[in-house]
Structures are given as structure tokens and as C-alpha cells.
Design a binder for this molecule. Sequence first.
Ligand code: GAR
Length: 192
Amino acid sequence: MKKTRLAVFASGSGSNYEAIAKACSEGLVNAEVVLLVCDKPGAYVLERAKRYGTECFAFNPKEYGSREAYETVLATMLDERGVDFVCLAGYMRIVGKVLLERYERRIVNIHPSLLPSFKGAHAIQDAVDYGVKLFGVTTHFVDETLDGGRIIDQAGVVYEGSDIEELTNIIHGIEHKLYVKTINKLINNKLL
Ligand code: GAR
């Protein structure tokens, strides 16, 4: 059976990228990551991608006149590689019209909170500051709003400790499993 072609967009460490690439290489999902897009040229995710032999495109958004300009370049790259789905994995940017229209219902994101609570770049810290005890992870379709779009999967964990590093590691572990579950639903047409 033909493998589904994934692109992963990331800005940082890339542990979610690696979880996806590893699941693909181990046959846990019938897919391959054909492109890693990174908007931070020095990000560690690029090292990880090298290890997995994933083609990378690193770019600096400031070198383009607008979001439309760089997304037009990205859309062409996705089209040329026959990408079926785009997985945002710590991609710290709003996705604009160009990509959303071209890849409608084919762009998904993972976020380290039980959405719609605690959107944004500091979700875990924000939840801790609020006194949350039930933490979690959400995967969702992407729309033009920050961490917005229809929810696909969620997983929760009760944590009553005070070690943010420990909590972050627990949440990352949950993310890595949840993303694989969601990608399996996507490629098996369980969501359309
Ligand atoms: C992950 O926790 C992901 O959920 C989060 O960034 C982290 C990236 O980690 N994304 C967001 O907060 C999106 N708003 P990683 O680079 O190790 O995959």
C-alpha cells in the first residue's frame, strides 16, 4: 500500500518531529516524512532530521516580504513533493490563507494543553500558574487562529507535583504517542 506523504513544520527542539519520523521508520504508521520545514535556521530539529535523512527546508521569515510570500514558496514545495498532510510540531507561527486554502483539513497541530484552555507558546507554565491539576495534550485541525481549529484527539494526566521539568517531560511523552495516533486516523481516513 502506498505510503502517505507527510511534511512536518517545526521551530525548536523537534522531539515531536522525531516521534513521527521514528514511528514511520518502525512501521507504526504507513507514512513517511518527506519534508521538514523549519523557520529557525539554527534549531535542533534540523540535527534530528539529518539523522533520519529527512529533506529539510530552513528559512528565515524576515527575508520574505510577507507571510503570503513565504507560504507560496512552501506550498510549491509541498505540491512538488506530493505531500498529503502537514503536521505542525512546535511550529510557532500562525498558518495563513495560502497554506490553509491549498491544504484545507490537511494541516494538523499538537498543543500541550487541553484546548481550548491555555493557547499560546507557554501553555504548560500558564496552566501551572493557574493551579491546574489535570494537564493534557490536544491534536487539532489548524485554522487561521492561534491553536484554533476542530479538536481531533486529547489525552490528560493528573499532576500535583511542583517540578515543571518533570511535568514537561511527562507531557512530551504523551504528545509523542498522541500524534502517532492522530496521524494514523488521518491516513486511514477516519476523520473526513
Ligand atoms: C510541543 O510541546 C508542542 O506541543 C508545542 O511546542 C512543543 C514543541 O516541542 N507547541 C505549541 O505550543 C503550539 N502552540 P518539540 O520541538 O520538542 O516537538
